[in-house]
Design a protein around this ligand. Structure first.
Ligand code: EPU
Length: 341
């Protein structure tokens, strides 16, 4: 374990906010967890468990311990003609694991290519893209239970996965440190081409029988076309979740805005793209000082240089207010805010 006092967090958050933690504890071995958590509890310190830092906004310095999960390693637990079961340590980089899987001809993750973040963070918000969620391949995970001081295993059902949601954002919020995640991947490709943008891109190139490798490269291309390059324009992906509204509410808005895109989830609930709502309110491409809304995707807030966490939060609050005033729809943050308003 590495302990750094008065640590800069600029390299630990993809918004590249300059802020500090009283202590940064970098965990490289699960055995360090019980020692660290005992110390934290005995000293009544506040703590925050950090993954890849790609879904977080620090609005001030952190007066406690930031626990950076950097446990590494991948191994095959089981392999049959059909599937492979991988055990992946939580500190591994998600997009590296996707790349390794495809190279080894273990399929399923191709639509989830190039998502920034760590493997341990993937189940927390049940990451998803292009019609696939990590829960579709999730087998089980191991976490360190902070109140019980022991390792616990959870199955797919136990994790209560939902759209950008899981038990780790609810009952187990800040009570669990995920150490290993197990995914069951296919040896024979089963492609998911349900997402229109992906389907259209494949049709555009007249590809009749796309391979998983082809899908993987197509997703990378689609993402780079639409999402800002993290190295050039720091951001945390979608800032808000896509709101899910009742059929009643949807009908009310749709009558006024028949061009609004939507996804029917079931008889009662409909998902509306937050990016569209935000664009309608005139935010796309707008810049205020060093913060702005990305000009190719309105769901992404970017840091043009020296924005503070509060600058970003204030812009997010203004966006939220204008969407609520115009559509009567309340946007919920996808990004985790750490610190005061
Ligand atoms: N749209 C607009 N204006 C915009 C952006 C989008 O009108 O500026 C409309 C598009 O025309 C499209 C619809 O919104 O009809 C959906 O847009 P897109 O396909 O880009 O997907 P999204 O709903 O905005 C979600 C995820 C992304 C994921 C993509 C692709 C959430 C909050 N976001 O975005 O995930 O990559 O689908 O599957 O669910 C992330 O979570 O950080 C993330 C980037």
């Amino acid at each position: 374990m590495e302990i750094i006092e008065n640590a800069s967090l600029v390299n630990f958050n993809t918004f590249r906010i300059h802020c500090k933690a009283k202590i940064l504890a970098i965990i490289r071995n699960p055995n360090d967890l019980s020692f660290l958590m005992d110390y934290i509890q005995k000293n009544y310190l506040q703590y925050y468990i950090l993954g890849g830092g790609s879904n977080i906004l620090f609005t001030e310095d952190y007066d406690g311990i930031i626990i950076k999960n950097d446990i590494k390693g991948v191994r095959i637990i089981e392999s049959t003609n059909e599937n492979v079961l991988l055990d992946i340590a939580a500190g591994e980089d998600w997009s590296r694991i996707v790349e390794i899987s495809i190279k080894n001809k273990f399929y399923g993750f191709e639509n989830l290519a190039a998502i920034p973040g760590s493997v341990g963070a993937a189940p927390v918000q049940n990451i998803g893209a292009y019609g696939v969620e990590q829960k579709d391949f999730f087998h089980s995970l191991i976490y360190y239970d902070i109140s019980e001081s022991q390792l616990v295993e959870l199955s797919n059902d136990d994790c209560k996965f939902n759209y950008r949601d899981s038990i780790f954002k609810n009952e187990l919020k800040n009570k669990a440190i995920i150490t290993n995640v197990r995914y069951k991947l296919n040896k024979k490709p089963i492609l998911n081409l349900s997402y229109n943008e992906l389907k259209n891109e494949i049709q555009k190139f007249l590809v009749v029988e796309p391979t998983p490798e082809y899908i993987y490269n197509t997703i990378k291309r689609l993402r780079s076309r639409k999402l800002p390059d993290l190295a050039k324009l720091p951001n945390a992906g979608s800032f808000f979740k896509n709101p899910i509204v009742s059929k009643e509410k949807f009908d009310e808005v749709y009558q006024k805005y028949p061009n609004m895109p939507f996804f029917v989830l079931n008889n009662e609930m409909i998902k509306i793209p937050a990016g569209w709502l935000i664009e309608q309110c005139g935010w796309k491409g707008k810049r205020i000082g060093d913060v702005g809304v990305f000009d190719r995707h309105a769901l992404i807030i970017v840091n043009y240089g020296n924005a503070t966490g509060k600058d970003i939060l204030h812009l997010a609050q203004q966006i939220k207010k204008s969407v609520e005033d115009r559509f009567g729809i309340i946007l919920e943050n996808e990004v985790n805010i750490v610190g005061s308003n």
